[in-house]
Write a protein that binds this ligand. Structure first.
Ligand code: SAH
Ligand code: SF4
Length: 358
């Protein structure tokens, strides 16, 4: 049995467990404003209460065991969980600090954290390295929260600075919906990390019924759909569970999903050379997304040793993008952050395994 951590609970839930109640606010302060990693650090909490708590709850369920820093500011982390399993998170610098002529900071750098939701993944996409290791277990809400706490701590990122979260690390978030929704709520806690739904994007390979369930929870989060193909045959080759959740069912679920009227649903399209990088696919994509407030993000397939697919050519990416834009779709090409480290999800974990085997 895994020991729960203090980060598994909302403030209210901890108040039901810890008396007197006001101690919980202090504990939240230690966890989410000071990023404490042990009971020792919690100076204003009485020793006997800490001893009681220590028997039942971990403070931080994660340990950083590997870190890779890219030239572009991307930092990839490998964590060890209490049962020795490992997961990754990525710290992404989206915008640099901007200074005016007199040297005053006018705009602070913007960061996004990419978190994992499972050890491994059941979906088994043919292009994804995470899938190769199969599925081990779901992450608890606390293990999801602790990834962000650890990255903020390690980068001296003050608690009141804004941060975005994308659930795009290892695992299929909607296949772990209970812990995912609990984590979304804990992130939002006003006395905690205070990261609103608008700053959280759940990326899914398209479990249609779970998209509906997430929508019904009305947590205010964004969704990103990993579409990757415009016909069911290719999509099933890439994402086997497309058989039970075909493109049409996903599009219908997206149309039902509550989104902020000012926002768009992101469709991720992994571009693979000679598979889905042609203009006929672009044309079908335009048709498919007709009537949806969509934004397409084209992603270069990132090869790894032994992968079956190839990275697309720049000219094909640009042509594809141009076609979409000329036909009224918003479309960006995701720059491959951290390309010099181990960019795509699952790759740092794989590298760590290789190094241990040598
Ligand atoms: N399971 C969820 C979220 C995690 S995967 C999902 O599939 O959406 C996050 C993103 O990484 C997905 O869009 C996926 O397509 C992408 N990805 C996986 N393997 C990749 C690779 N080899 N190169 C580039 N992107 C990859
Ligand atoms: Fe799982 Fe996403 Fe990888 Fe597919 S791409 S195997 S859903 S983590």
């Amino acid at each position: 049995m895994l020991k729960p951590s203090l980060m598994d609970f909302t403030q209210k839930e901890l108040e039901d467990r810890i008396k007197p109640k006001f101690r919980v606010k202090q504990i939240f302060d230690w966890l989410y404003h000071n990023y404490a990693s042990s009971y020792d650090e919690m100076k204003n909490i009485p020793k006997n209460l800490k001893e009681e708590l220590e028997k039942e709850y971990l403070v931080d369920p994660l340990k950083i065991i590997k870190k890779e820093i890219s030239n572009d500011g991307t930092i990839k982390y490998l964590f060890e969980l209490q049962d020795g399993k490992t997961v990754e998170s990525v710290w992404l610098k989206m915008k640099d600090d901007i200074y005016d002529d007199t040297g005053n900071l006018t705009q602070e750098a913007k960061y996004t954290i990419c978190v994992s939701t499972q050890v491994g993944c059941k979906v088994g996409c043919s292009f994804c390295l995470t899938a190769k290791g199969g599925f081990t277990r779901d992450l608890s809400a606390g293990e999801i929260i602790a990834q962000v706490v650890n990255l903020k701590r390690d980068n001296n990122h003050k608690h009141n600075r804004k941060i975005n979260i994308v659930y795009m690390g290892m695992g299929e978030p909607l296949d772990n919906l209970d812990n995912l929704s609990q984590a979304i709520k804990i992130f939002q806690e006003p006395n905690g990390l205070c990261i609103g739904g608008k700053r959280q994007t759940v990326s899914t390979s398209g479990l249609s019924s779970k998209i509906d369930k997430l929508g019904e929870m009305d947590l205010g989060v964004h969704i990103a759909i990993s579409l990757h193909a415009v016909d069911d045959e290719l999509r099933t080759e890439l994402i086997p569970m497309n058989k039970a959740n075909n493109i049409n069912s996903i599009i219908e679920a997206v149309k039902r999903f509550p989104i902020d009227t000012r926002k768009r649903v992101m469709f991720e399209y992994l571009v693979i050379k000679d598979k889905n990088d042609d203009l006929a696919s672009a044309k079908k994509l335009v048709k498919l997304l007709h009537g949806i407030k969509a934004k397409v993000n084209l992603i270069y397939f990132n090869p790894y040793p032994g992968s079956d697919y190839k990275r697309p050519e720049l000219k094909d990416m640009v042509n594809f993008q141009e076609y979409l834009v000329n036909h009224g779709l918003l479309c960006t090409i995701r720059d491959s952050k951290g390309i010099d480290i181990s960019a795509a999800c699952g790759q740092l974990k794989e590298k760590d395994k290789e190094e241990k085997e040598i």
